[in-house]
Each structure stands twice: as C-alpha cells, then as structure tokens.
Ligand binder design. Structure first.
Ligand SMILES: [Ca+2]
Length: 178
C-alpha cells in the first residue's frame, strides 16, 4: 500500500512537471535581451545596431528586436530608436559615451564630473592641478571647476595622460565659464 502511494505521488509529480514545461519554455523566450556594455560589443553581433520598430530597422539595415533594444536603450545616445547606429558612435559630449579613449570636452564641469566623463570614454585615471599656480590639492573634486584641459576634445587619451586645470568654485574662471 505504501509503495503504491509513492508511485502515485511520483506520477503526479511527473504530470506536474510535464504540464509546467511549456510555461517554462515560453518564459525563456520572454527573457529580456542581453544588455551590452558598449556599442563596439553590440555591433560585433548586430553590425548596424538594434531598432525598436521594424520600419526603423528596414530603413537603417538594423536588426529589429524590441526587447533587445529595450535592454540596450542606454546605448541609443541620440535617441533615434536604434541602439548603436552609426551616430551613437560619435558621442563626444554626452553621457553613456563609447569607450573610445577620446578626450571629451570637460571645460566648466566640476572635477568630479570631468573625471566621470573621461572614465565614460574608457580612461580611469586623469590628473588635475591647481590652475591658480598655488599648488593646492584638489581634495574634494566637487569643489573644483575645470577651466583648462589637455589634450583638446577628440584627441586620444590613455591612463594618466589627461590633465585638468581647475579653480575652486567661486573663483575667477578667467572668462572660460559663464
Ligand atoms: Ca541611436
């Protein structure tokens, strides 16, 4: 009697498993698309980007996949409905920049914002100095504002190669910042 009960239970469990399977499968197909870190990565798989509508995809030879687009919406920097179309690769000033190792324009940003922006372009470490020549340390990056940058925007940078000259907020920016 005991054995029979066990078998019945086993059959019940199997039945539940089988019935549950289609649900599991459909859940798998509804999983949101993979989020790529950069457009370089995304474009290695989808050469012309991922569009949110089929019309946009057709027009731009991009791949139409709404859930994939949604997962990578941050990479659609010009917000034209295609993640990582060609225009998204040219993003000298905005956030979510490509890690292209190009110096962004960081004039008049706080040191903190400027460093974040440079990191956004793929370079972790940038140097800074007191533009007044007094050699003060920039202990709190948020209190300093960049009035001179090296190199110029668009130039290639590497770790430590960017130099930001800054003054304390409230000091003269020598006409650089309004
Ligand atoms: Ca775009």
């Amino acid at each position: 009697m005991k054995v029979r009960k066990k078998v019945n239970r086993l059959v019940a469990v199997l039945a539940i498993t089988i019935f549950a399977m289609p649900a599991t499968l459909s859940k798998a197909t509804a999983v949101p698309g993979k989020a790529y870190g950069t457009c370089v990565e995304l474009r290695s798989k989808y050469a012309n980007g991922v569009a949110k509508t089929s019309a946009l995809a057709k027009k731009n030879k991009a791949r139409f996949n709404l859930s994939l687009y949604r997962a990578n919406v941050a990479l659609d920097t010009n917000k034209n409905g295609i993640a990582c179309d060609k225009k998204d690769l040219d993003n000298p000033l905005g956030g979510h920049a490509q890690e292209d190792f190009k110096m962004p324009n960081v004039l008049c940003m706080t040191l903190q914002e400027a460093q974040d922006e440079i990191q956004d372009h793929g370079v972790f470490y940038s140097r800074s100095k007191d533009a007044s020549g007094r050699g003060r340390g920039q202990w709190n990056d948020s209190n300093w504002i960049v009035i001179k940058q090296s190199p110029a925007p668009g130039r290639t940078i590497s770790e430590g190669s960017a130099l930001l000259s800054a003054v304390k907020i409230g000091e003269s920016t020598r006409g650089v910042c309004k």
